[in-house]
Design a protein around this ligand. Structure first.
Ligand code: NAP
Length: 274
């Protein structure tokens, strides 16, 4: 089944991609290769994941043409001063063995470097041909507004934690107001959605698993999802989410799973921007 695309500010982004945080060495290269052979056309990596070389290896081994795959990487907050951002981007490209990436993101905002400097440097990466599109990650509502105001090139996504246990409606609305798509990371809540009794029950009506229901829920909310797995059978499971539809009552039931402390990714080391 063909994977739909999400269009945002001039970018066409496959609605599902393979997340690669914590995939290392041969496992990473193998999962990227297998994912692409199975029909994935979007891979999410970051300089911080320490696996860009293996992502590039998997891409080349898959035999899929470079231009048919949407590759995202991210610049770590330690490298957000302009000269550092340029150096980090070039090093990512060298590890990936690519001339450019489809999407270059600021991984997390930094309270130490003025956002104007970072966004200016990010925009120059597109102008220099190192990135086809630009975006942000873990940006709160005020920071989205500031980034959009400062950017001289379009921003096409805000990548944020999003799954049934987290209500992200405010950040999603702010992103959309400016034409940014939303990319949902940890879309199966680091595995928790797979064993959730309510999601599993909804899944039985569609012959789908709890993990698939979580991914489908986000896709119907308009998100791009980037689930990670180290298992081949789950690559297949996670991409098989375009042949069923959750009805309005099921969507409402899933929205009610959101909790105040529903995050699965630790923000304790992150700057407090709110
Ligand atoms: N921008 C950011 O700051 C940021 C932060 C976090 C993550 N991300 C990106 O988002 C990607 C996804 O997020 P994530 O890795 O945190 O979490 P996730 O994709 O929600 O969950 C991955 C975990 O769930 C398991 N899993 C995979 N498919 C499953 C299924 N169908 N049913 C049950 N369990 C399943 C995997 O185990 P197995 O390996 O055993 O299948 C793995 O332990 C990352 O890999 C990374 O690319 C970005």
């Amino acid at each position: 089944m063909a994977i739909p695309y999400v269009e945002a500010n001039g970018a066409r982004i496959p609605a599902i991609g393979l997340g690669t945080w914590d995939l290392r060495g041969r496992t990473c290269a193998r999962m990227v290769e297998q994912a692409l052979r199975l029909g994935y056309r979007h891979i999410d990596t970051a300089e911080m994941y320490g696996n860009e070389s293996e992502v590039g290896e998997g891409l080349r081994a898959s035999g899929v043409s470079r231009d048919d795959v949407f590759i995202t990487t991210k610049v770590w907050p330690d490298h957000l001063a302009p000269a550092e951002l340029e150096r980090a981007t070039k090093e990512s490209l060298k590890r990936l063995h690519l001339a450019d990436v489809d999407l270059l993101l600021i991984h997390w905002p930094s309270p130490r470097i003025p956002l104007a400097e970072t966004i200016g440097a990010l925009c120059r990466m597109k102008q220099a041909g190192f990135a086809r599109h630009l975006g942000i990650s873990n940006f709160t509502v005020p920071l989205i507004e500031e980034a959009v105001r400062l950017a001289t090139e379009p921003l096409v996504t805000n990548q944020i934690e999003w799954h049934p246990y987290l209500d992200q409606s405010k950040v999603v609305a702010a992103s959309r107001r400016h034409g940014l798509s939303v990319t949902a990371y940890s879309p199966i809540a680091r595995g928790r959605a797979g064993s959730d009794s309510q999601l599993r029950l909804i899944g039985t009506h569609h012959r789908k698993t709890g993990g698939q229901v979580s991914l489908r829920f986000l896709i119907q909310e308009g998100a791009i999802v980037i689930p990670r797995t180290s298992r081949r059978e789950r690559l297949e499971e996670n991409i098989a989410v375009f042949d069923f539809e959750l009805d309005a009552a099921e969507m409402d039931e899933i929205r009610k799973l959101a909790r105040r402390h529903g995050r699965v990714v630790d923000w304790s080391g992150a700057p407090n921007w709110d």
